[in-house]
Design a protein. Structure first.
Length: 61
């Protein structure tokens, strides 16, 4: 996982007040559900966008 994604997932975990590993698990779950291959850098960023949307949804509810 690229450093940029790791840092952002850590920040998102803090916003949701969950453990960083829970956020990484959610990231992988969202990527898998959307057929995203996170071994590629560009795909990691696509998955990150989906995770951001997930976090926005959680925070707005």
């Amino acid at each position: 996982m690229i450093e940029r994604v790791e840092k952002e997932l850590k920040g998102l975990a803090n916003r949701l007040q969950i453990e960083e590993n829970e956020m990484v698990n959610k990231y992988n779950e969202i990527a898998s559900a959307n057929g995203i291959d996170v071994s590629e850098e560009r795909q990691q960023l696509v998955a990150l966008t989906l995770v951001r949307n997930h976090v926005r949804g959680v925070l707005s509810s």
